[in-house]
Design a protein around this ligand. Sequence first.
Ligand code: CU
Length: 487
Amino acid sequence: MSTSRQDVAKLGPGWNKVLLNYALAMQALDEQPIADRNSWKFLGAMHGFHPQLWINERLIKSGAPIPADLTNHTYGNQCQHGSWYFLSWHRAYLFAFEAIVAAKVKELTGDDWALPYWNYLDSSNPQALYLPDAFVAKTLPDGKPNPLNKYPRRPGIKAIKPVRGFSLEAMDENDFIVGNGTLGFGGGITGNFVQFDGVAGELETNPHNTVHGLVGGYMGNALLAGLDPIFWLHHCNIDRLWEAWMNTPGKTMVRDPLWLNGPADRSFIMPVPGDNAPGVTFTSKDTLKGGKFYRTYDDLIIGTGVTPGVHAVARVNMGSPSKQTVQPIGANAAVVKIGGAPVGTHIDLEPTAAANSMATMGATSPGKEVARLYLSLESVRGSAPSPLLDVYVNLPEGADPALSPDRYAGSLTLFGLNVASQTDGPHAGSGLGYTIDITDLAQRLADAGDFDPNHLRVTLVPGEQITDEEPITVERISVLKRSGIVS
Ligand SMILES: [Cu+2]
């Protein structure tokens, strides 16, 4: 694994050598029993595992022995979402996976192999949203079934359908973590091991969650996602986006020892090539440059929305994250339940704080007070694996959301909702948290005379996987004011 990771679009069409070798290795690993720590299923189960679901999906046989290290959370169900460990955990997961596949490729063909990335937001490539041919081909060049197209996705999918909100906007955020972790690029603070908990960071929310939902099928369910070979190319791109972000001046990475050395209550662990060889434990700092789980990319500019080495000017810098404040300036009064129809909810705002936010959000001169506004959706719960929710602000009662793009705040793919809502899970069903930046929207509404500092109306519009039979609930919706000093 000496080479850098490359853009899959640059490897050549169809069955290029990298993807053919990936298919051959995947096939071989998929034939190994789940108890082998190098098997395809073991690797997938590390992300998410649910014995009954896996039996229903005919991935494992009913009554067949299941290795304890998958059910006791040592290796199994280890993936970190909705927390500041999301990026570091997945980086090590990619590293371990790549090493195991590369070892298999070496054994089968003698070739070196590195995991490629799927650069779906490369605006210079008209084919960027297409899954590489090798992932949709029915057969291998020799006519045998194609292992890269073995597990279910959206029926007939050839490309992900660009939806509103699917963007690199997360890359504009300057801070990995702000305040107590409710806001920022990288996810909310958690000291201990939790699989799905707390607040998702901006990069996790979009494009990460969005792509999981757009590919659909196993990719749309955290308990199955790691089994789809495209999962790894998707996460490789997310990892590259993080690396590009960290290398861009003006971005502040977290340096909290709790993150660097975490989690506090147990170690993360990854398998190594060679079945049932002892695994390697690690902390977040092992995934940073110089660490044992660090890998490099051929390019950090194309399709990343930033230019490493060049100071980012996309968004005004609000000063050191530790000096910024995040303060709720209003919340709705009751739990909101969303079924098959849009639901509106009312938020009373502290008028002085809201007016002050509006007055300072456009500040650009160094030393001046500056604010941003966010909607915070707390403890979202439901049983579907990746429901879609559109959010609008100040949509008049009865108005058709589809005809009101000027009130659109954002879309959320609630990836992992099923896992985060399991009351028998290790997180006791605390649900998921999300924030949506409404700074620009609030400014536009104010310019149009439609922003009242006394209150805000939020409308939640159900997309796929949200029905009267399978509703979702949002415990609380609040408005957060983030304040800082332009620097
Ligand atoms: Cu993922």
